[in-house]
Design a binder for this molecule. Structure first.
Ligand SMILES: Nc1ncnc2c1ncn2[C@@H]1O[C@H](COP(=O)(O)OP(=O)(O)OP(=O)(O)O)[C@@H](O)[C@H]1O
Length: 302
C-alpha cells in the first residue's frame, strides 16, 4: 500500500506540495487529479524516492522507497514514457531493468505480450510512437509483478482503442488486489475508471473520497425544462426560479430544483411542458468548479 503523510515539498522557498495526507488502497483504482502544476508529479516522484520531501513522509508498504529491497517488486511506475534510451530495443530496455532486480528473462516476453508489443520486441525505441512508448512504460512497471502501481498520465498519446485498453488493464490490475494510482487530465476517462479520487490544488488536498461520493457531494444537479410556449416558461421561471439558466432551444436548466415541484408549478400556471429531466454535473464540470480558485495557468482570450 502507498501512503503519504503530511507530505510537503518546497523548491527555493515555494511550497508546491503542502501537507498532503492520503492512502492508495489495494484493490482500487485511485485517480489523482489536479490542475497543471498542482504538484501531482512531484508527489509521485517523492513516493518513488526521486525527490526528497521537505517534511512529512511518502511510504510504500510502510517504508520509504529507498529502504525497500527490490523496489520494482513492490511498486511499478510510469512517470515519463520518453525516458527510455531511444537506441535500445524494447526487449533490451526491459532486460536491463529485469537484470537489475534478478528477475527471470522470461518476464520480459511476458510483459511485452501483455501490453501488445511482442511483435516489436526487437525494434529500437526511437521508431516507437508515443502510444507504443506508453505501453512499453507500462510493461516496465509490471516487470516485478508489484502490488502497487503509479502511473502518471498513462493515456497521454493513446488512440481510443489504447485508452480503452488502459481502462480495462487498470480495472484488471485493481481486481487482482493491487493498489493503482493514476493521474490523468481526461476526466471522462477517470469517471469510468477510478473507484476513488484524490484531488489536489496548489499542492493541497481538496478531496479524497469514492468517485460516486465525490460527484454526489460536489456535483450539482439540474432540472432541464422545456415548454410548448418558451416565453411563458421564461416568465414563470423569472419569478419562481431566478437562478434558472437558458440552455438553448427554449429550454432552461434550474439548479438544485425538485422535478416534481417544478412540474406541478408549471401545471398550476398552465405552462405545458415538453421536457422535464434531471441532469448531473460531469466529473469534468465538478473538477473545474472545485479547482477554479487553484488554477495557476489559465489562458486569457486574445
Ligand atoms: N525541480 C523543480 N524545481 C523547481 N520547481 C519545480 C521543480 N519540479 C516541479 N516544480 C514546480 O512545482 C509545481 C508542481 O509541479 P508538478 O510537475 O508536480 O505539477 P503537476 O500537477 O504534475 O502538473 P501537470 O499536470 O502539468 O503535469 C510547479 O509549479 C512546478 O513548476
Amino acid at each position: 500500500m502507498i501512503e503519504v503523510r503530511d507530505l510537503t515539498k518546497a523548491y527555493g522557498g515555494r511550497t508546491v506540495v503542502d501537507g498532503l495526507t492520503f492512502r492508495v488502497e489495494p484493490g482500487r483504482v485511485t485517480g489523482f487529479l489536479g490542475p497543471n502544476g498542482s504538484g501531482k508529479s512531484t508527489t509521485l516522484r517523492m513516493v518513488l524516492g526521486l525527490d526528497r520531501p521537505t517534511s512529512g513522509a511518502a511510504l510504500v508498504d510502510g517504508r520509504p522507497y529507498a529502504a525497500l529491497e527490490r523496489p520494482l517488486c513492490r511498486v511499478g511506475a510510469l512517470l515519463d514514457a520518453q525516458a527510455p534510451h531511444p537506441g535500445r530495443t524494447a526487449a533490451g530496455h526491459l532486460r536491463w531493468i529485469a537484470a537489475s532486480h534478478a528477475l527471470p528473462a522470461r518476464r520480459v516476453g511476458e510483459v511485452l505480450a501483455g501490453v501488445g508489443l511482442a511483435e516489436v520486441a526487437g525494434r529500437r525505441i526511437r521508431t516507437f510512437s508515443l502510444g507504443m512508448r506508453q505501453r512499453l512504460g507500462i510493461a516496465a512497471a509490471l516487470l516485478g509483478d508489484p502490488a502497487a502501481l503509479l502511473l502518471d498520465e498513462p493515456v497521454n498519446g493513446l488512440d481510443p482503442e489504447g485508452i480503452r485498453w488502459i481502462r480495462e488493464l487498470l480495472r484488471r490490475l485493481a481486481g487482482e488486489g493491487r493498489a493503482v494510482l493514476v493521474s490523468s487530465h481526461l476526466m471522462a476517462e477517470m469517471a469510468v475508471t477510478a473507484d476513488r479520487l484524490v484531488v489536489i490544488g496548489r499542492g493541497r488536498l481538496l478531496a479524497d473520497s469514492s468517485t460516486d461520493a465525490f460527484l454526489a457531494r460536489h456535483g450539482r444537479r439540474r432540472v432541464r425544462v422545456r415548454a410548448v410556449d418558451p416565453a411563458a416558461l421564461a416568465a414563470l421561471l423569472a419569478t419562481a426560479h431566478p437562478d434558472a439558466v437558458p440552455a438553448g432551444d427554449g429550454a432552461f436548466d434550474v439548479p438544485d430544483a425538485d422535478p416534481g415541484r417544478l412540474g406541478a408549478l408549471a401545471a398550476e400556471h398552465r405552462v405545458v411542458l415538453v421536457e422535464l429531466s434531471v441532469t448531473h454535473d460531469t466529473l469534468a464540470e465538478t473538477f473545474m468548479r472545485m479547482t477554479a480558485d487553484t488554477v495557476d495557468y489559465r489562458a486569457v482570450p486574445a
